[in-house]
Design a protein. Structure first.
Lengths: 152, 152
């Protein structure tokens, strides 16, 4: 079950709710540009070097993959009111992201904790998984997000 | 105690070792560009909107902050042989990163687990903290990295 409701507040959320993002195509040129700026390692920069590496082919930086997942949830994958403000979480990259991969994110609400000290907000734990076009999980993020109550 | 040795293998590492990166200056223009591509939320894109937000001023996307930390450790902050290949970890953003912030990363090895099934490598847990120019922690990452043994 996928829900696509605009501007959800804390009161609108419940454990087990699911959300699905749109898709994003990972391109070789952008993989190399991102890596040159933020993660300049041979297996993210050059096909030949990547072939000889543990990745056995060009792979996106894990932080590029993470940034793409954020883009997917921000642009429709998780319609929380006031945006997505993350406090932190757990992250994993079970498989590399490759040029040409068509990616999407599926998110599920796993915990909702109303704040005692700040009654106008709560912390919502969301487990997001990014899949490639073969249905393989390439990225997992379980994040704690600050979500406001509906203004009175 | 900070060590800056090139190309360290699993045998060269021990729990408690520390490493310090160079510095990176976060610029307002790059904060907005990164956000436009990967995290298009008003508080990362526009000073006026950011003033009215929970951040009370322009703040970098947490994923931009994470990417900058990766750049700092890859370019001298953590000289592991064969590069930095992360399996996953825990992440937190205790404080926003702002335009003009001068950032650096301090890393400490907290656990070393030789692989039983793959004797040529091990998993090293590294706790990295990125500080701003005021000594405030803006980003924490405890990551599990794949590190090879020295080739025989």
């Amino acid at each position: 079950m996928t829900e696509q409701i605009e501007q959800m507040y804390l009161e609108d959320l419940r454990v087990g709710q699911n959300f699905t993002s749109g898709t994003y195509v990972m391109e070789a040129a952008r993989i190399k540009e991102f890596a040159a700026e933020f993660d300049p390692q041979p297996f993210h920069l050059d096909e030949r070097a990547a072939q000889a590496s543990i990745f056995k082919g060009l792979a996106a930086s894990g932080w590029h993959t993470a940034a793409v997942a954020m883009r997917l949830v921000v642009t429709g994958g998780l319609p929380f009111a006031n945006g997505l403000v993350g406090l932190g979480g757990e992250i994993a990259w079970p498989r590399p992201t490759r040029p040409g991969d068509i990616l999407h994110v599926e998110s599920e609400i796993v915990e909702i904790t109303p704040s005692r000290s700040k009654p106008h907000q709560g912390i919502v734990t969301v487990r997001s998984t990014m899949f490639n076009q073969n249905g393989e999980a390439v990225y997992l993020l379980t994040a704690k997000l600050l979500v406001p109550r509906r203004p009175k």
